[in-house]
Design a protein around this ligand. Structure first.
Ligand code: AMP
Ligand code: ZN
Length: 492
């Protein structure tokens, strides 16, 4: 089966097939690791996950590269404020990001790659551009891309760009103006600031350059598909195209996949608006990882999605329905054979499910097709009409559904447990829903171990720590009494 997907570059639905006939080479812009990601970010990563899972369901091998932007304006600013080098600042947020992806059942890309580990490739790209007169250095040591060297600039975003002033420059990583400017490839930095000594001078790469260099490093100068959120279309992706194609003379990526925003009350969810939730926020409120995943993927990627708690509740009950049906199927004692109606229901669901995904990843229709089968299957079970072959056929449909949606198999306990652990370690236990804490029962041995830890803190006269442990145990319903002959404890 072949996936047809909207291509921002061509402005139409195009078939997604590997140019080399073997594997689909795709690049997705990864996170800037300066903070925890919000679920708007994760909507984009989830839709990319859905894309790769669908390709694989249809029998296409993928080679998916995702970068980690571990140097940029915001990282440098935050690391400086924290008084640490960026190499000490970013690993924590990179790990948090990877943990969050795992919680959301997002498959690991084949290749994860850090910007700071590809400085030589970035430098040589600047050199190639300079050799073609498409890059120039200013007196302050910065390098810029010469926009007038690339007449096709704007072909991706199709923006009506202001008359281009030759030599007008911009050197911040992010800008949103509808104007074409020479953009920074490389920024000079004085000793003492984050920078690398290179053949083009001391400095650090611009954000756009990072993605071009890493994409070409792992996928070649020309590859199949490039993905990101809709805000990256301009200027980031436009700039990636300009630098890459000016250097190589070849088409950079043939297909451009852009995921529309997650909104809150009609506005983009974003750090700067302050209207965001992280994954951990929602897990600590008691929402399951699977429900968050389903809510973020059920609306097709080309529509903006308004985030609501009702949406999470709806996803929670939808998953419940799917899991209950799957469990019912597996445990039912069924007569041998098959029934015409049930086999037809399964076959129809499978076909509609695949067709919907093949048609521009229409997750809403794909989901509806499977829910229709669940409805029919439940009726047949109630009426005693379901037979063992019907069960096998329906379970196969659920398996295919879950190969892409990944919400029926229940892996919800671990993300919630990890989120509570994280809240505890970062002093945020007050953000945890009481019913979650109550459900967290410690074994006797675990309680004893905590108490021993507290005793040790007391011996070291670290009363802050010992109180912390007492409060933490209290929040788990475990009461401690200090008495003359030691510590006694009991469960509330
Ligand atoms: P960043 O870490 O800011 O570079 O963003 C990581 C990814 O999340 C990028 O592909 C962005 O386009 C995407 N993104 C940011 N905000 C949203 C949002 N509200 N909805 C969907 N995707 C978003
Ligand atoms: Zn990028």
């Amino acid at each position: 089966m072949t996936l047809r997907l909207f291509n921002t570059l061509s402005g139409q639905l195009d078939e997604v097939v590997p140019a080399d006939g073997a594997e689909l080479r795709m690049y997705a812009c990864g996170p800037t690791v300066y903070d925890y990601g919000h679920i708007g970010n994760f909507r984009t990563f989830l839709q990319v996950d859905l894309l790769r899972r669908t390709l694989r369901l249809f029998g296409t091998r993928v080679r998916h590269v995702m970068n980690i932007t571990d140097v940029d304006d915001k990282i440098i600013r935050n690391a400086a404020a924290a008084g640490v080098p960026i190499s000490e600042y970013t690993p924590r947020f990179e790990q948090a990001f990877l943990d969050d992806l795992a919680s959301l059942a997002v498959e690991r890309p084949e290749i994860l790659t850090r910007a700071t580990e590809h400085i030589p490739q970035m430098v040589s790209l600047v050199e190639r551009l300079a050799a073609r007169n498409a890059a120039y250095r200013t007196d302050d040591g910065n390098w810029y891309f010469r926009l007038s060297a690339f007449p096709e600039y704007g072909k991706l975003s199709k923006k009506d760009l202001d008359g281009m002033t030759d030599g007008a420059r911009v050197d911040v990583d992010e800008y949103e103006r509808d104007s074409a400017r020479d953009f920074a490839l490389w920024k000079a930095t004085p000793p003492g600031e984050t920078g690398w000594e290179t053949a083009i001078g001391r400095g650090r790469p611009g954000w756009h350059l990072e993605c071009s260099a890493m994409a070409m490093e792992f996928l070649g100068e020309s590859f199949d598909l490039h993905a990101g959120g809709e805000d990256l279309m301009f200027p980031h992706h436009e700039n990636e195209i300009a630098q890459s194609e000016s250097a190589t003379g070849k088409t950079f990526a043939r297909h451009w996949f852009h995921v529309r925003f997650l909104l809150v009350n009609g506005r983009k969810m974003s750090k700067s608006e302050g209207n965001f939730f992280t994954l951990r926020d929602l897990l600590l409120r008691g929402y399951k990882a699977s429900a968050i995943r389903l809510a973020l993927i059920s609306v097709p990627y080309r529509h903006q999605l308004n985030f609501t708690f009702d949406g999470l509740d709806e996803a929670t009950s939808a998953i419940d329905r799917l899991r209950t049906f799957a469990a019912r199927l597996r445990s039912a004692d069924l007569p041998a054979g098959s029934s015409l109606a049930c086999m037809a229901a399964a076959a129809r669901a499978e076909e509609e499910f695949r067709d919907a995904l093949a048609g521009d990843l229409n997750t809403a229709e794909a989901r509806a097709a499977v829910f229709e089968m669940v409805r029919e299957g439940n009726i047949a079970l109630d009426a005693g009409q379901l037979r063992s072959n019907d069960r096998d056929a329906m379970l196969r449909v659920l398996d295919d559904f879950d190969a892409v949606f990944a919400v029926i198999a229940d892996h919800d306990a671990e993300p919630t447990r990890a989120a509570i652990e994280w809240a505890r370690a970062s002093g945020r236990l007050d953000e945890v829903a009481p019913e979650l804490l109550a459900a967290q029962t410690l074994t006797d041995a675990e309680v004893e171990a905590r108490i021993e830890e507290r005793n040790q803190a007391r011996r070291q006269r670290n009363f802050r720590r010992s109180d912390e442990i007492r409060d933490e145990l209290a929040s788990l319903g475990i009461l401690i009494e200090d008495s003359r002959d030691g510590v006694r404890w009991k469960r509330k």
